[in-house]
Write a protein that binds this ligand. Structure first.
Ligand code: 5GP
Length: 193
């Protein structure tokens, strides 16, 4: 087991509805040493790529993307969730359905912060059905940027997102892939990588 799988096994809580809670170390209270290790690990995995920007989505993606951007020494851009329908023309816009909140948000990135010259590494905390990543891919493609890869802390391998994104031909690296989890026993099974 790698460092993240070990931590999930120790402190992750399986909730009904295929939700894994990691709020004691990743997305409410944050273990900074663990996040820094995640940053170093993604930097190691994508060291061969000429990354110019890290792209994520608010809110919990920011915590993971920050140490990654720090390791690469590049800016972090996060897509903002916006309820507004009056989106101005100087924004890239994508529609994203939230897995956890079951609502749809338009997510926006200012055209000032992403361009065709950029080589983008997309980062998020979780991958379930892939809506968040598809929104970020569509924003990066809208900018004409090169998507060098996608990095996820926790992929739920029993949901379709990972397969969809890999079938699109992108390089997707997940630090932990949960193949099964049981809300009654709390048992979590990881995919051997
Ligand atoms: P997707 O768009 O791939 O269906 O879901 C990914 C997004 O939903 C992530 O940005 C994450 O915030 C949230 N999410 C999905 N599944 C889980 C989960 O099991 N636990 C937590 N904490 N967040 C999740």
């Amino acid at each position: 087991m790698n460092f993240l799988e070990e931590r999930i096994k120790k402190d992750g809580i399986v909730k009904p509805g295929n939700v894994l809670k990691v709020d004691s170390f990743l997305n409410h209270q944050m273990d900074i040493a663990l996040l820094n290790e995640i940053g170093r690990e993604f930097h190691r995995r994508f060291a061969d790529k000429p990354i110019t920007k890290v792209l994520t989505i608010e809110a919990s993606g920011i915590a993971i993307a920050y140490p990654v951007a720090n390791e690469f020494g590049v800016p972090l851009v996060f897509a903002k969730k916006s309820k507004s329908v009056n989106i101005e023309g100087d924004m890239y816009v994508a529609e994203v359905e939230s897995f956890t909140h079951k609502n749809k948000n338009q997510v926006i990135v200012s055209k000032k912060f992403l361009s065709a010259e950029d080589h983008v590494l997309i980062i998020d905390d979780f991958l379930a059905n892939g809506c968040a990543l598809q929104g970020l891919i569509s924003i990066a493609e809208g900018a004409g940027a090169t998507i060098e890869g996608l990095g996820i802390a926790v992929e739920k391998g029993f949901q379709i997102g990972g397969r969809v994104i890999r079938n699109l031909g992108y390089r997707l690296e997940s630090l932990a892939i949960v193949d099964a989890m049981d809300a009654e026993t709390g048992e979590i099974t990881f995919r051997a990588q």
